[in-house]
Design a protein. Structure first.
Length: 216
């Protein structure tokens, strides 16, 4: 499993990918430093070396642009999403805390801010989801969540998966874990909705889905 880059390493990597797409060659160490306000070329080189040690790059230190990005599909028709082993905590998603990145066709991910979670034992087997499957979660407001859709709700004890149902009293969010209470939502603004589960990736042969690294 690849070690996730730090925040600045991820930003440098993203910049290098976008630069390569625009120019067909890599930025120099000096250009990377100018982009991120890093005056020391040694510091930039250290960030590149860290990315190389984590398996994102292959370097030729004798050349200013001697860097090759590994495992990346620069096809504009694909997008790479952070993949978490469990539902992430906190208001902001931290890609540097992802266990890996999963490359998907952009047609499957129309909205920015989407991410992937490996399914665990959160009551999802009732939906035909097996432990280790990949769940695609896209940002969404509760008002737009369809009847029967599965959403991710952040609560005091952590995030959970819930199924949406509606009646005249409001919106019901049914916990998919046995023995947990249903939430009756009368004020949608009071619900901390992370997003909706919009896709499931399940391998029929029991192996993990192929994970590859790319820009996101």
């Amino acid at each position: 499993m690849a070690i996730a880059p730090t925040g600045i390493e991820r930003r440098i990597l993203d910049f290098m990918v976008e630069y390569l797409r625009s120019n067909t060659y890599q930025p120099s160490i000096r250009e990377i430093g100018e982009r991120f306000g890093i005056k020391s070329t040694k510091t930039v080189s250290e960030h590149l070396q860290a990315l190389a040690q984590k398996g994102f790059l292959e370097r030729d230190p004798s050349r200013s642009r001697g860097v090759r990005i590994l495992g990346m599909d620069l096809n504009p028709d694909v997008v790479s999403l952070p993949c978490y082993r469990e539902l992430p905590e906190g208001k902001e998603l931290r890609p540097d805390r992802a266990e890996s990145f999963l490359t998907l066709d952009r047609k499957l991910v129309p909205n920015r801010g989407a991410f992937v979670v490996r399914a665990g034992g959160e009551g999802l087997p009732a939906l035909g989801v097996s432990e280790g499957d990949y769940l695609l979660v896209e940002p969404m407001v509760l008002e737009l969540a369809e009847e029967g859709s599965v959403v991710v709700v952040r609560e005091k004890e952590g995030a959970s998966y819930r199924r949406v149902s509606r009646n005249g009293r409001g919106v019901h969010l049914h916990d998919l874990r046995p023995g947990h209470e249903t939430l009756l939502v009368e004020d949608a603004d009071a619900v901390d909705l992370v997003g909706r589960v919009s896709a499931l990736i399940h391998r029929m042969d029991g192996r993990d889905a192929t994970v590859s690294l790319t820009s996101h």
